[in-house]
Design a protein. Structure first.
Length: 385
């Protein structure tokens, strides 16, 4: 008999969502699949390196040309220089990078603070390393960190705080004041920061992405994880990266050596060639802000209350004026009866508390957004308000 190491973790809700899409042919507004193509030049470069025989193992830390390009992008965007030799590592996707960072520092009985709703892999990675997740709830409708509440949750056992900005699933972003508050909170402690910033290239409404990599006092204690997947529509390539000071990166690489060692070689070379002239975030932010605005206009005047994303390509719909069903039941009914797939926000919480939010992905062509809005508007209200 096998004793589960994660007895309270069930199969991913995203497996069920994929099943809903496959079985019903519903409009998929749930999973983070974009309707947009990878740049043709990047595809051509990938084919070039495949054909040229760049098919052996890459170094553990990733190829140096790609690490140099990442270092330059971080310098230009955030004014900080990470040494490509010792402070940047290429990873096989974001989940792996996050799990590896947690594995590098979290030990038995360490506490790790997670802000909920949170991506579903955070807590299991902590548990697998003997740690204990400590959940701090982000409250609707702003889903911002309550710093007074957070201070009460920090203890002598707190080993790590996990951030995510732009936030999945809510689309909220951290402010400059948030980062200063984080500096004050962690100053003089041994707390490590893990910052998931994979949507850093998508910030809306003339805001600026407040990366941990902007703040020297945070850099010295932080892992920063990001990816070119959302930027170039190549999430399926499974290539992300981690930034950290040498003392932390040394431990990160020890774990990566055991966990995966190698990341796809030819695609790393393709990215290294493509990045120098193609790393502006302005165009991609304008694209997704436009998609957000278009979709939200389609729902204007409806019973849905949209919580507009400040970054990324996910946002929340409050359906409390449409139904009083729990979110999982509402999402299942949307898929089954109305042909549109969303994600219940309770899927991002360790306790399945009653929620009246579903997550939608607006990284879609306009005709998809129009069909999605049409289906949402067909749902009759069963609630008195």
């Amino acid at each position: 008999m096998v004793q589960s190491k994660l007895p309270n973790t069930n199969s991913s809700v995203f497996s069920s969502i994929n099943k809903w899409v496959e079985e019903s042919g519903a409009v998929d507004m749930g999973i983070g699949r974009t309707d947009f193509k990878c740049p043709q030049k990047l595809i051509d470069l990938a084919a070039k390196y495949l054909n040229d025989g760049y098919n052996n193992y890459a170094p553990l830390e990733g190829i140096l040309p790609l690490r140099k390009e990442i270092s330059e992008i971080v310098r230009v965007n955030y004014g900080q220089v990470y040494n490509p030799l010792t402070e940047i590592t290429i990873t096989a996707g974001t989940n792996q990078a996050i799990h590896t960072a947690i594995s590098a520092v979290v030990k038995d009985d360490d506490e790790v603070i997670i802000f909920e709703p949170a991506f579903e892999s955070f807590a299991p990675s902590i548990i697998l390393n003997g740690g204990r997740p400590v959940f701090v709830r982000l409250k609707a409708p702003t889903f911002r960190i309550d710093w007074d509440e957070l201070r009460k949750m920090v203890s002598a056992k707190t080993k790590m705080i996990i951030l995510n900005s732009p936030h999945n699933p809510t689309g909220s972003v951290l402010s400059e004041n948030d980062l200063y508050q984080l500096q004050r909170l962690t100053n003089g402690t041994n707390i490590t920061i893990l910052s998931d910033e994979i949507f850093e290239s998508m910030i809306f409404d003339n805001q600026t992405h407040q990366s941990v990599a902007r703040y020297e006092k945070l850099i010295e204690r932080s892992f920063v994880v990001s990816s070119f997947g959302p930027l170039y529509n190549i999430n399926g390539w499974g290539i992300s990266y981690c930034l950290a000071p040498e003392k932390l990166m040394r431990e990160f690489r020890k774990m990566q050596q055991i966990q995966i060692y190698n990341v796809n070689s030819p695609l790393q070379y393709a990215l290294a060639d493509y990045l120098p002239q193609n790393h502006s975030f302005e165009e991609i932010s304008e694209l997704y802000q436009g998609k957000r605005n278009y979709f939200n206009r389609l729902l204007e005047g409806s019973l849905y209350e949209v919580i507009p994303a400040q970054g990324g390509y996910f946002e929340l719909l409050d359906y409390s004026k449409v139904s009083d069903e729990p979110d999982i039941d509402f999402a299942e009914r949307l898929a089954r009866d109305f042909g549109i797939v969303t994600v219940p926000v309770s899927a991002f919480c360790h306790e399945k508390n009653r929620s009246n939010f579903v997550r939608v992905c607006f990284a879609k062509e306009n005709d998809t957004l129009e069909r999605a809005a049409e289906k949402l508007l067909q749902v009759p209200s069963t609630t008195d308000f």
